[in-house]
Ligand binder design. Structure first.
Ligand SMILES: *[C@@H]1O[C@H](CO)[C@@H](O)[C@H](O)[C@H]1NC(C)=O
Ligand SMILES: *[C@@H]1O[C@H](CO)[C@@H](O)[C@H](O)[C@H]1NC(C)=O
Ligand SMILES: *[C@@H]1O[C@H](CO)[C@@H](O)[C@H](O)[C@H]1NC(C)=O
Ligand SMILES: *[C@@H]1O[C@H](CO)[C@@H](O)[C@H](O)[C@H]1NC(C)=O
Ligand SMILES: [Ca+2]
Ligand SMILES: [Ca+2]
Length: 259
């Protein structure tokens, strides 16, 4: 059965070729009966064979090209995939590399020797965390973005010890500093920059009052929290206008965790 099928399949096209090729020949052969060369491989038969050959070639070329192009498409997809993987790896490595440069800067340019420190340069270590007290002033939102761009976040104060450390630094420097606390989203609901509510607070008397008092004037909609370097006790927080330019405290992990 199967053999028959293959046999028929193979036979049919050649029969067709044979009949189409032969028909005009026999008609013409009849018309030119006097010609002695009429039955012997006439030129049009050769032309037909050449055409059939070309046809077969073209089919083969088509099959080959189709396979080739689909191979190319697959290769292209694989290359695109590898490229995106490499890009991901590259950004991963550059991130780690910039952290390496921050904590372990090259101390000798010729030997490329690195010396690792607990905190990036210009950051101070306290209890397993690193803190940055800026010298420049920005509004609260820009301050928040700057702390992130430095690889940390605006300070989140979680204990008396941390509040004491920060306030001692702020007092020593003698200026106001933003911390990472605000009620910008919902009035009266203060949240840290990681969206958690404070577990302990260090408000000054009468704060928060949603007001900034400056040179005898009162400004409403005070949503961002500043540490007052003049406060006499640990209670040093006040809400102020987020648009005011103030120094900032940033926080990040230390390469040497608290032990
Ligand atoms: C990307 O990095 C991972 C390890 O972090 C590695 O297993 C993978 O082979 C890398 N991919 C490429 C395309 O280099
Ligand atoms: C990039 O790094 C993160 C963690 O640092 C890891 O989960 C992820 O698989 C890495 N991606 C690649 C492409 O290596
Ligand atoms: C963040 O602040 C530092 C210190 O003032 C500055 O060098 C850096 O350019 C700032 N980055 C951005 C993105 O503003
Ligand atoms: C904060 O400062 C940035 C940059 O100067 C400015 O684009 C933005 O509007 C300011 N935001 C506020 C609330 O003042
Ligand atoms: Ca407020
Ligand atoms: Ca206030």
């Amino acid at each position: 059965m199967e053999m028959d099928g293959i046999y028929n399949g193979l036979q049919k096209p050649s029969e067709d070729v044979y009949s189409t090729v032969n028909q005009p020949q026999s008609r013409r052969a009849r018309a030119e009966q006097g010609d002695p060369t009429a039955g012997k491989a006439p030129p049009y038969r050769r032309a037909a064979l050449v055409l059939a050959g070309l046809c077969a070639l073209s089919v083969a070329a088509n099959i080959f090209l189709t396979a080739y192009i689909s191979n190319l498409t697959v290769e292209r997809k694989q290359i695109q995939y590898r490229h995106s993987e490499l890009e991901k790896n590259y950004s991963n490595i550059s991130e780690k590399y910039s952290a390496l440069d921050q904590y372990c800067p090259i101390t000798d340019t010729s030997s490329k020797e690195r010396v690792c420190k607990a905190c990036p340069q210009n950051w101070g270590l306290f209890n397993g965390k690193c803190y940055y007290f800026s010298t420049d002033r920005m509004n609260w939102t820009s301050s928040r973005h700057n702390c992130t761009s430095l690889g940390g976040h605006m300070v989140i104060i979680e204990s008396d010890g941390e509040q004491e450390f920060i306030q001692s630094q702020v007092r020593r420097i003698g200026d106001f500093f933003w911390i990472g606390l605000s009620d910008e989203v919902t009035e009266g609901e203060f949240l840290w920059v990681d969206n958690t509510p404070p577990s302990t607070t260090y408000w000054k008397v009468n704060e928060p009052d949603n007001t900034l008092v400056f040179k005898g004037n009162q400004y409403p909609n005070a949503d961002c929290v500043v540490i007052d370097y003049k406060a006499a006790s640990l209670q040093s927080w006040g809400d102020g206008l987020c648009s005011v330019l103030v120094r900032r405290v940033c926080e990040t992990i230390s390469a040497i965790p608290a032990g």
